[in-house]
Write a protein that binds this ligand. Sequence first.
Ligand code: OFO
Length: 163
Amino acid sequence: MMISKKIQDEFNAQIGEEMFSAHLYLSMSAWFESVNLRGFANWMRVQAGEESAHAMKFFGFICERGGRVELGAVAKHQAEWKTPLEAFEAAFAHEQHITSRIDSLMTLAVSEKDYASQSFLKWFVDEQVEEEAHADEIVQKLKMTGGATGGLYIIDRELAGRK
Ligand code: OFO
């Protein structure tokens, strides 16, 4: 069964959301580099790569279902944050926004009785649980340090290990 026009449009919009996520995290990575927190910068760069992969999953799915991919512009976003905590709180809030997007895509797929899209979206439903948990874990760690340099250094070293 070919993808419906409505789902195609929403999935195309989601490619834009995922590309926006990739840009946002790359921008955060650049900011972390500028304040010499290379481990944080590494974590954000790896995250940006995952976001591009999410965009490509939607890209591939639309094509497989006989739909037409249409790419829009990626909106400009923030480039500076006051502290690592502020950046990670923004990342966590952004992931909550993405979760609500995925949930509304699932609601649409259910209402259209599009089982293939539901099955495809299931991966993203599970992924968002992890995405929120990972960002929130770092928010909580940063809160524990209270912004102290020693704590930041330890977290930075830990995040440098993400591949
Ligand atoms: Fe961060 O999960 Fe995609 O956007």
